[in-house]
Design a protein around this ligand. Structure first.
Ligand code: MG
Length: 340
């Protein structure tokens, strides 16, 4: 008969000792169409697989092998996906040839606004892989690409509607002004209005005052009954301080993309980052990579929580610190987690 039964099979490996052969997971199967047609290898016997544990096996051209797993990549842009053009182009080449074709989805999660992101795309002139989702302004807006139409972006209003819970923009601004009065205009200011919107207030603070000023800000916000997050990022003399609704942020938006927009297991999801505003999504239950050029304080924050072991810093192996810089680090992590 003609063998027409290429396809995927749940492998459910590893299982009990009876399915191991010489210490390796072992699966043996035949294929039937439910009637009298049976498909077996031309060499006779059954299809056999002895190899590494995997969730699915794929029967292709008469051979069983671990099935290629679609992956959801949620990555920061500056310093993680961009910052080294060769690495950005290498990721795009892999994504176009393999990641997307396998059913993967790509989300950029950035501090940039949509307009700033579009400016970056223009600047990079085709180097960047095309994302399906843009999470902008530190997890306060989600945009979906119209892949069937002209590629324009549509705001996910369902996400935006969630952000009013516990949030009060006017009270947040009042707390920021009080903080500014305390720290002094020399060392504290509001960032340009293009970087802000009704669910995101951003300040610049000098490194000398940022700890005391954000402590004060948190206490003022809590005293005003505002449920907000205060996120510090950046290096050098000046830091960005983002004040966001409690339900916003890179981790919450990643979970929304993973479970509400798509349906990816956390083991098939990779979060990628390099700086302070990536920390919350790098602490999630999915796979995570800190790229090799990440800020030292980010690496330290991760190491403080976990146990160093060959670059994998946590006990269940979901966090990886890459040697590769920028997007080379993302590719290295995909390899490491068996997702490449
Ligand atoms: Mg970054």
């Amino acid at each position: 008969m003609t063998r027409a039964h290429d396809g995927k099979f749940a492998a459910a490996l590893p299982v009990d000792q009876s399915t191991f052969k010489d210490g390796a997971p072992f699966v043996e199967l035949v294929v039937t169409n439910g009637d009298d047609d049976w498909d077996k290898p031309q060499s006779g016997g059954n299809y056999k697989y002895v190899g590494v544990a995997c969730k699915e096996l794929e029967l292709k051209d008469g051979k069983l092998a671990p099935a290629a797993t679609p992956v959801l990549v949620v990555t920061d842009l500056d310093g993680t996906m961009v910052g080294d053009d060769d690495s950005t182009a290498a990721f795009k080449a892999w994504w176009d040839a393999t990641g997307r074709k396998r059913g993967g989805k790509l989300a950029f999660s950035t501090g940039r606004t949509l307009t700033q992101f579009e400016a970056l795309c223009e600047e990079k002139d085709g180097l960047l892989a095309k994302p399906d989702v843009l999470v902008s302004a530190v997890g306060t807006r989600i945009y979906l690409r119209d892949n069937d139409g002209d590629g324009t972006w549509r705001e996910d209003k369902g996400w935006t509607a969630r952000l009013d819970d516990g949030w009060d923009y006017d009270r947040v601004r009042d707390a920021c002004y009080a903080c500014l009065g305390q720290a002094g205009e020399e060392r504290c200011h509001f960032r340009p209005k293009e970087e802000m919107h009704e669910h995101k207030v951003t300040m610049g603070m000098h490194a000398d005052v940022v700890d005391a000023a954000t402590r004060l800000l948190r206490s003022l916000l809590s005293g005003a009954d505002v449920e907000a997050k205060v996120i510090v990022s950046g290096t050098g003399d000046w830091r960005y301080v983002d004040i966001l609704p409690a339900g916003a942020g890179k981790l919450e938006s990643l979970e929304y993309v993973r479970t509400s927009l798509y349906d990816f297991d956390s083991s098939q999801t990779l979060a990628c980052g390099d700086s302070g505003n990536d920390l919350d999504m790098l602490r999630g239950p999915h796979r995570c990579v800190v790229v090799g050029n990440a800020q030292e304080d980010v690496k330290r924050a991760m190491r403080g929580e976990t146990t160093a072991n060959d670059g994998v810093l946590d006990a269940h192996g979901s966090l990886f610190v890459a040697n590769g810089e920028v997007a080379f680090g993302i590719l290295e992590a995909l390899e490491h987690f068996g997702l490449r």
